[in-house]
Design a protein around this ligand. Structure first.
Ligand code: SF4
Ligand code: SF4
Length: 92
């Protein structure tokens, strides 16, 4: 599968830094709801495997992918960790 984005950070909730990702696929194995998919991208040496968050809406913020990634290429933006959301809950 081709992808026009082969560098930089992709994803809104499940963010993957493609410059760090080495395609080890540990995040795919860690995620029980199959948020990630692999894709091939062209490099100077030929091709490289990367991962993108294809189904972010399935994420339930377990953070296993963040823990599994050896290169700290994943950041989960949980609604529950946002200051605004916490403040709204406290004000309720
Ligand atoms: S936080 Fe959990 S559910 Fe969300 S993408 Fe990572 S492993 Fe999947
Ligand atoms: S675990 Fe990290 S380095 Fe490995 S494929 Fe996933 S995002 Fe890329």
């Amino acid at each position: 599968m081709k992808n026009e984005n082969s560098s930089g950070i992709i994803g809104e909730i499940v963010k993957v830094d493609l410059d760090r990702c080495n395609g080890c696929l540990k995040c795919i194995r860690a995620c029980t709801v199959r948020v990630f998919e692999k894709f091939e991208t062209k490099t100077m040496q030929g091709t490289a495997m990367k991962v993108r968050p294809a189904r972010e809406e399935e994420c339930f913020f377990c953070l296993l992918c963040e823990l599994a990634c050896p290169l700290e290429a994943i950041e989960i933006k949980s609604y529950y960790s946002s200051g605004d959301t916490l403040k709204a809950l406290l004000d309720y």
